[in-house]
Design a protein around this ligand. Structure first.
Ligand SMILES: Nc1ncnc2c1ncn2[C@@H]1O[C@H](COP(=O)(O)OP(=O)(O)OP(=O)(O)O)[C@@H](O)[C@H]1O
Length: 248
C-alpha cells in the first residue's frame, strides 16, 4: 500500500553541495516517524522538498497522492519549521498565529467562521495556551512558542504533519505534552514526521525511525535503527557518549 507520505529517489544539490542523494522513504497513514541525523545531514532540506518550498533536482514527493504544492493549497500538509526560521517580532498574537493554520481552508479574504474560531479554541486548549492567546508571539518561552506552532498545525487539521526539531529548547514537561498530543493526532489518522537530535525521545515518540546522512542509512523499527553501529555511522560518535546516551 502506498504511504500517506512518499519520497521517491529525491536528490537535491546546492551548487557543489550534494544535500540529498537518492532518498526514498514511505510513512504509512497514522504513524509517527522520527527523522534522525546530525547537523548538515539534510533533514531540513528533506522537509523543504516535502513541503514544496524547494523542488528536488530529481525524484518526487507525494502527499496523499498529490504534489506538495497541491497538498499545501488543499491544507493537507502542516509544517512546523525550526524556530530560527520564524520572525518572532511579527505583530501577531498567539491566537492569530493559530488562526493562520485555517487560512488554507479560509481563502485569504474570507472572514473566519465560527467553525474556524472553535478549531482555534480547541487547539489552544490542547497545548495549554488558552491563557496566553492574546500575547504577541515573541513574548513566549521557547517551549510555549513550539506549542503555539503545534496548535497551529492541529487547528489546520492537516493529514500530514512535518515538524522540524519540535523539541529543541523545550523542557521535559513541554516535550512530554507535545509527544502525547502528537501520539493522539496519529491515533486519529494523522501521519507525522519529526526531525530530532534527541535520541532519548525516539522510542516513546515514534513507530519508526529513519537515519539520514545525505542518504537513508537505516529505516524501520526505532530499536532496530537506533543501534550503536548505526549511530557511529550517522554521527561518527561513541554511542556511549553522554551526548547521545544510548546503548546502556
Ligand atoms: N541554501 C544553501 N546553500 C548551500 N548549501 C546549503 C544550503 N542549505 C543547506 N546547505 C547544505 O546542505 C547540507 C544539508 O543541510 P540541511 O540544512 O538540510 O541539514 P540539517 O540536517 O537540517 O542540519 P541541522 O540539523 O543543522 O538543521 C549541508 O551540508 C548544508 O551546509
Amino acid at each position: 500500500m502506498m504511504g500517506a507520505l512518499e519520497v521517491a529517489s529525491v536528490t537535491v544539490r546546492y551548487g557543489e553541495v550534494l544535500a540529498l542523494d537518492d532518498v526514498s522513504l514511505s510513512v504509512s497513514r497514522g504513524s509517527v516517524c522520527a527523522l534522525i541525523g546530525m547537523n548538515g545531514s539534510g533533514k531540513s532540506t528533506l522537509f523543504k522538498a516535502m513541503s514544496g518550498i524547494l523542488t528536488p533536482d530529481s525524484g518526487t514527493v507525494t502527499i496523499d497522492g498529490a504534489t506538495p504544492a497541491a497538498a499545501r493549497r488543499a491544507g493537507l500538509l502542516g509544517y512546523v519549521p525550526q524556530s530560527e526560521e520564524i520572525d518572532w517580532t511579527f505583530p501577531l498574537s498567539v491566537r492569530e498565529v493559530v488562526l493562520t493554520g485555517r487560512y488554507g481552508r479560509l481563502g485569504f479574504l474570507r472572514r473566519p467562521r465560527r467553525a474556524d474560531q472553535l478549531a482555534v479554541d480547541e487547539a489552544l486548549a490542547r497545548v495549554e495556551l488558552t491563557d496566553y492567546q492574546d500575547r504577541q508571539i515573541g513574548r513566549l518561552s521557547g517551549g510555549q512558542r513550539k506549542r503555539a506552532f503545534v496548535a497551529r498545525a492541529i487547528a489546520q487539521n492537516a493529514s500530514v504533519l512535518l515538524l522540524d526539531e519540535p523539541f529543541a529548547g523545550v523542557d521535559k514537561r513541554s516535550e512530554a505534552a507535545i509527544t502525547a498530543l502528537l501520539r493522539e493526532e496519529a491515533s486519529q489518522g494523522t501521519t507525522i514526521l519529526i526531525s530530532t537530535h534527541d535520541l532519548h525521545s525516539v522510542p516513546r515518540l515514534a513507530d519508526q525511525a529513519i537515519l539520514l546522512q545525505r542518504r537513508v542509512l537505516a529505516h524501520g523499527d526505532p530499536a532496530a535503527v537506533v543501534t550503536p553501529d548505526n549511530l557511529i555511522k550517522a554521527f561518527g560518535l561513541d554511542p556511549l557518549d553522554d551526548q547521545i546516551g544510548v546503548g546502556r
